[in-house]
Design a protein around this ligand. Structure first.
Ligand SMILES: [Zn+2]
Length: 263
């Protein structure tokens, strides 16, 4: 069994779906993380002595690789896009890069951002669209690539419901993106639209170790060190998904396993 997560920045894997990656790795599923950018335009500690973007990218890639090791991820691949510009990349080329990863690794299950990009981040929105297109293209024998076509069995968007956003934003900050002069806030999914919920409570210490690998991003959150085990469990103890499609199962009941129906 193979699970591939296609994401935008270093730290998306730990803060977004760290529990899922840790839980499946512990079960013996091979997990792969594909990250579109190195996050080189993101925060660098308190931003006071900020080195070049290239250096920030180098440090953040190392943080990503360290976090992935904690989560038991088998392999990290970078797509080499510029942080903050993914929605202006050539879409054919970007889809092609993801297709190449899908055809090489041949995962049954793929996970990416939801169409709102969690809180409207343009890179998150873009990776959702590009990954969805790539899953379709990877199965198409007519798509240009040397590798054999591959049909993903299930595609999921990871989604956040009201309660987890409340906990998350109380610990970190109110998450917003400013795009074209307009502020975008975190988008909570209605509980009824959640098609899979994973119990990842027993993995929260692993997720917390992975999250802490992203020191450049966390240095400013003084309150993080004082979280109680209950708060950790609320943050990392359950992860929820919307099933975009499945060629192996269906129905209205909520799944507890992303591989439900896969062989
Ligand atoms: Zn991100």
């Amino acid at each position: 069994m193979r699970l591939m997560a296609v994401l935008a920045h270093p730290d998306d894997e730990s803060l977004g779906i760290g529990g899922t990656l840790a839980a499946y790795a512990a079960r013996g599923v091979e997990t792969y993380v594909v990250t579109a950018t190195r996050g080189e335009r993101g925060r660098y500690f308190d931003n006071e002595h900020r080195p070049s973007d290239a250096e920030v990218g180098r440090v953040r890639e190392a943080e990503l690789r360290a976090a992935a090791r904690e989560l038991g991820v088998r392999e990290v691949a970078l797509l080499d896009y510029v942080d903050g510009e993914l929605d202006r990349a050539d879409p054919h080329e970007a889809v092609g890069r993801i297709v190449a990863q899908l055809r090489r690794v041949r995962p049954q299950v793929v996970v990416t951002f939801d169409p709102f990009g969690a809180y409207g981040h343009p890179d998150h929105v873009a990776i959702c669209q590009l990954t969805t297109a790539a899953v379709v293209a990877a199965a198409d024998p007519g798509s240009p690539s040397d590798a054999a076509p591959h049909r993903v069995s299930k595609l999921y968007y990871f989604v956040t419901a009201e309660r987890r956003w409340a906990v998350y934003q109380s610990v970190f900050k109110r998450l917003t993106s400013r795009v074209d002069g307009e502020e975008r806030a975190a988008v909570a999914w209605p509980g009824w639209a959640v098609s899979a919920a994973l119990d990842t409570r027993s993995h929260w210490p692993t997720v917390w170790r992975a999250v802490r690998c992203h020191a450049t991003q966390l240095a400013v959150y003084a309150g993080l060190g004082a979280l109680t085990p209950e708060q950790h469990e609320a943050l990392w103890g359950s992860e929820t998904f919307y099933r975009v499609f499945s060629s192996v199962n269906g129905g209205r009941s909520r799944e507890a396993d992303l591989f439900a129906g896969v062989r």
